[in-house]
Design a protein around this ligand. Sequence first.
Ligand code: TZP
Ligand code: MG
Length: 216
Amino acid sequence: MIDKKSLRLYFIMGSTNTIEDPTYVLQQAIDGGITTFQYREKGVTAKKGFEKYKLGIELRNICLNNTIPFIVNDDIALAIKLHADGVHIGQKDESVVNVKERLPNDMSVGVSVSTVEEAVLAEQQGADYLGVGPIFKTSTKANAREPIGVKRIVEISKKIAIPIVAIGGIKRENAGDIMEAGASGISVISAISQAGNYKEAAHELEVAATRVEINN
Ligand code: TZP
Ligand code: MG
């Protein structure tokens, strides 16, 4: 099961998020200090079928070799095939209850939420952690919802007990505010996958997220 500590720096990536070999980017990000990885294969040029599975195996193995939890976005069948540590679903995907029924007991379920109501419901239905966002404006996700702001993290964390990881437009400069608001971690795509130096970017994010947590 995904624990609170492993949500500290949650990196998300698929082949469309990088111009480089995703396996290289992932290894660099791990060397820099990410604490969880999510395989999210999205967009018009995203891999499908066997190609998606093949890249999934490679990324999964890198996580295994480095003892980093591996989560699959949306694709429950793929998550099971890859023996992932969990799946992450959105509001438009299958319900948490259904997903839990299909998964082995030791696999975690993360749910994307934007409102307090969605957060409370997801927890009631058995979510293990929440992805709260988009906090800030993001250009990485097509048709992302309106930014909800840091205050929503405070509101949600007051109402639920499961850990929260914040997402959307997060970078080193705003990571501290996110942690101070009550999140257990930050989740990023572009702040690492589009960085000049992946390892350094991950390290700086990890430091930014950790410093505040210690002060809390
Ligand atoms: N869900 C809400 S915002 C987002 C997702 C998947 C994209 C986050 O990407 P970035 O580059 O960290 O803003
Ligand atoms: Mg989804």
